[in-house]
Design a protein around this ligand. Sequence first.
Ligand code: DGY
Length: 327
Amino acid sequence: MNERKPRVLVTREVFDETLDYLRLHCEVIDNQKDQPYAPEALAQALAGCDGLMCALTDRVDAALLARAPRLKAVANIAVGYNNIDVPACTARGVMATNTPGVLDDSTADLAWALMLGTARRITEVERRIRAGEWTGWRLKQWLGVDVHHATLGIVGMGRIGQAIARRALGFEMKVLYHNRKRIAPELESKCNAAYVTLDELLAQSDFVVLQVPYSPETHHLIGAAQLKKMKPSAILINSTRGGVVDDSALVAALKQGTIRGAGLDVYENEPKLNPEFLGLDNVVLAPHIGSSTEATRKAMAMLAARNLVAALKGEVPPNLVNPDVRR
Ligand code: DGY
């Protein structure tokens, strides 16, 4: 007798190769039109499924899990998994996985693009050229600040934070970092980075780059009080998760000159962003594209698919975030 293939729901458009791989092992409900599921539609679509491949735009919580009695595994196409209620998954015996590692370098590159773009006012001057405002060379024209030899402060020194730090070697920067735990001395010397308190980092850095995961503990880690601790000449980069920064406080700080500028890839309540950002020249805005290169997004989707298939075969998936689920 033929065994039934597990049924999986893929909530967003993925690459053909990802679907081909999933279809070797599973019956797949895809969404190549990429219409995001509203919560009720997601619950209905997931009802008879054994597996879910989802993205940060999908909320996987206890209410959804209660309506998916057959569900065994949830594979997020992201390294961050704050969209998934992991304890609720564990309580229901559902494995949850993420996609660490494959996006570190691309995400670090984007943080650097925001640093350089903000320091040298790239999007502002491009807008001015397009508006016909460039009438010729002037000595004091649209002056930026140097990245080379400046002090870089990285908040969150996991794999991506370290990749950002390693890139600073070529720019001969002084690198400070703050992390829940100090990293191993050999990693500190590879990154040429010194551990400091958050307050020391805010006070001394010319560029503050946030790379902590979003959680109740990191909600509004950077608000009005922390922005005041930064140098007025400093630039803040958030390429991790909206909610780590209090966006209203940041708008006020950018308007009042509390800090010089900001480079942002993520926002509270994205894709809606605080409309006041749009009127500010001292902020560079990107639409959550940190990991968005073709190679990296393909690798993320394939890793999520492999995690899902492994879990549905009863194996331990490579990137299980709730190992307690198996006890
Ligand atoms: C991640 O992997 O957490 C990214 O933000 C997804 O683009």
